[in-house]
Design a protein around this ligand. Structure first.
Ligand code: SAM
Length: 455
């Protein structure tokens, strides 16, 4: 059921009491009334795929206006079917609540000339804030992002979203926050988007109302403290912790921030609260930036030394691969050819030997060994959607909306006048995926796990 103006939201009494205490009667009634309105819908554009000024290629999404606190965030005037939009599958934008885009604020606290930044998104699935961090980190030379998700079943959607976004300077891990104890005094930035009681989701998700209780708020607050305490030693002195929840009460928000500052040693630089609807028009979110006490030095932190040994799962390969840009080193993991940014590979290897890594660098292709001569490489979708892909290396073919949908459904498509061999399919000139043209038909290389169904 969707909430409309005619269906006032039925909120727990204890929640209303807390909200009144925090906001006073008038503001509290306003928030409750806003919670009965339709949620807004917004996207954040991937500037690596849609440069500034080219927004008109998203005309079909009914873009209405920019999100105030995020230059790449836009509200849509109605909800389209994202599944049926090929640009969604190209990673050209991420569908995200406007409040979450407050992550942009982090860039105000990181000097423009910073480099070698090591960042961690500790509670990362499905990847909204991680993709935002990757876009922000793009302006800092040689930065690395670790996206971690403790729940294994949520890690696959995280991998898919990160792969589509197209940055190679990323590792995805599947670890408990306590496992990071082997990596101390390392990260410049740690984002803890903590699991919470979800009050900010009340107008979007009735289940969040049904599960809410004061007891659960207190349990969540204790768990949030444990998560932050576990990861705090991994943040370097002078580093930034961004702490956020999608809930509205003080216990999980301000009180936890005060506890972090007094018990762990931090100072609050920034706090922000979005209520559902309201000025920012997104859902409810709390966001704080806390600096760890101590001086941030210029020292470049490394876990991996020059001689960091190769993780057992990887082997060096000597393969000439024309599809990959310069600046990447190639390794083999089972039958997958992997491309690692040369300047980050030692760090990625060191992380791989300390944590449970489920993705690092770029899956560039599949290696087919041959008894005679060189192995053959079948290029991978993740590569052509990534910065690591050498533009122009594979012949391109622009497809129509209907061909794109057929391709995403993994139906056979035929390409008139296209050359034989691997063809990079583009939609509105943005790389979507690959086929192998064998003349009268093509082999569709779109990953089966991403096939769109039931349309
Ligand atoms: N940051 C994500 C985004 O923007 O797309 C949303 C993260 S969601 C609010 C919180 C995440 O924390 C969930 O993916 C959940 O699986 C994870 N989580 C749950 N319990 C956790 C724990 N004890 N430690 C760390 N993460 C946990």
């Amino acid at each position: 059921m969707e909430f409309t103006e005619q269906t006032p939201i039925n909120l727990p009494d204890d929640f209303i009491k807390m909200l009144k205490n925090d906001l006073g009667d008038i503001k509290c009634s306003e928030v409750i009334s806003d919670m009965s309105q339709e949620p807004s819908i917004s996207i954040r554009i991937n500037r690596f795929k849609i440069p500034e000024g080219n927004e008109s290629i998203l005309e079909h999404l009914n873009i209405s206006h920019r999100v105030g606190h995020c230059p790449n965030g836009y509200f849509l005037s109605k909800r389209p079917s994202f599944t049926l939009d090929p640009l969604f599958h190209c990673g050209a934008y991420y569908v995200q609540d406007a409040s979450s885009m407050i992550v942009e604020k982090l860039s105000d606290f990181i000097p423009n000339d910073s480099k070698d930044l090591k960042c961690l998104d500790l509670c990362a699935a499905p990847g909204g804030k991680s993709t935002h961090l990757l876009s922000l980190l793009d302006r800092y030379e040689n930065s690395l992002l670790i996206c971690n998700e403790v729940i294994n079943s949520r890690a696959s959607i995280l991998s898919e979203n990160i792969s589509k976004w197209g940055y190679p300077n990323v590792c995805i891990t599947n670890n408990d926050p306590a496992d990071f104890k082997t990596i101390q005094d390392y990260f410049n930035v740690v984002l803890v988007d903590a699991p919470c009681s979800g009050e900010g989701m009340f107008r979007k998700d009735e289940g969040a109302i049904a599960q809410w209780s004061l007891e659960n708020v207190n349990l969540c607050a204790q768990r949030q403290r444990r998560i932050v305490a576990d990861i705090w030693p991994s943040l370097r002195a002078g580093g930034l912790m961004a702490y956020s929840t999608c809930t509205l009460n003080r216990i999980e928000n301000e009180e936890n921030v005060e506890w972090i500052c007094s018990e762990l040693g931090g100072e609050t630089l920034f706090t922000w609260r979005g209520y559902p609807g309201g000025k920012n028009a997104g859902e409810g979110l709390f966001f704080a930036i806390i600096r760890k006490r101590g001086e941030l030095t210029n020292e470049i932190k490394r876990i991996g030394g020059k001689n960091e040994s190769l993780p057992k799962s990887l082997s060096k390969v000597k393969i000439n691969c024309d599809f990959i840009c310069e600046g990447f080193s190639l390794y083999r993991k089972n039958d997958i050819l992997k491309a690692y940014p040369q300047t980050l590979k030692n760090e990625m290897f060191a992380i791989e030997s300390r944590l449970r890594v489920i993705l690092s660098g770029v899956a560039a292709g599949e290696i087919i060994d041959s008894k005679k001569g060189e192995p053959v490489i079948i290029p991978h979708t993740d590569l052509v959607q990534n910065i690591a892909y050498k533009k122009g290396a594979i012949p391109q073919f622009e497809i129509t909306p209907q061909e794109a949908i057929d391709f995403l459904k993994k139906l056979p498509i035929s390409l008139k006048d296209a050359p034989k061999g691997y063809i990079l399919l583009t939609f509105k000139n943005i790389p979507l995926g690959l086929v192998k043209n064998i003349g009268n038909r093509t082999n569709n290389l779109w990953p089966s796990s991403r096939r769109i169904r039931n349309f």
